[in-house]
Write a new protein. Structure first.
Length: 130
């Protein structure tokens, strides 16, 4: 066992690490005096941040909004195109994962408000269906 001091986000922790050999089994530890490890208090839980709200009046009826902050990967419809409820209309990437955005209602795409590559916040209108 090896005693290490680790700092994470400004908080110091003392940990014991078991040394393994190439086969994944415990390596024999060199003869040494026993190590006493003082317990370290766990970091206090921080409250989750409040959800980001779209500015008042930012979206209107028929707007399809981004459910999360990220980057627009694709807009899968064109202005004037008819879409059915549940049809995929866009893709947003956040943290190397794609989130597919679906039409909340059937109608015609009236306008597209973003372009591929644009960064968006949660609640940002992406396109309008009328």
């Amino acid at each position: 066992m090896k005693k290490l001091r680790v700092t994470v986000e400004g908080k110091v922790y003392e940990v014991l690490v078991e040394m393994l050999d190439d086969a994944g089994t415990s390596a024999p530890s060199p003869a040494s005096a026993p190590v006493h490890v003082a317990p370290v208090a766990a970091p206090a839980a921080t409250p989750a941040p409040a959800p980001v709200q779209a500015p008042a009046g930012a979206s209107g009826p028929g707007d399809v909004v981004s459910p999360l902050a990220g980057k627009i990967v694709s807009i899968d419809v064109k202005v004037g195109q008819s879409v059915n409820e549940g049809a995929q209309v866009a893709t947003v990437e956040a943290m190397k994962m794609n989130t597919y955005i679906f039409a909340p209602k059937s109608g015609r795409v009236d306008s597209i408000l973003v372009n591929p590559g644009d960064g968006v916040e949660e609640g940002t209108p992406l396109l309008r269906i009328v």
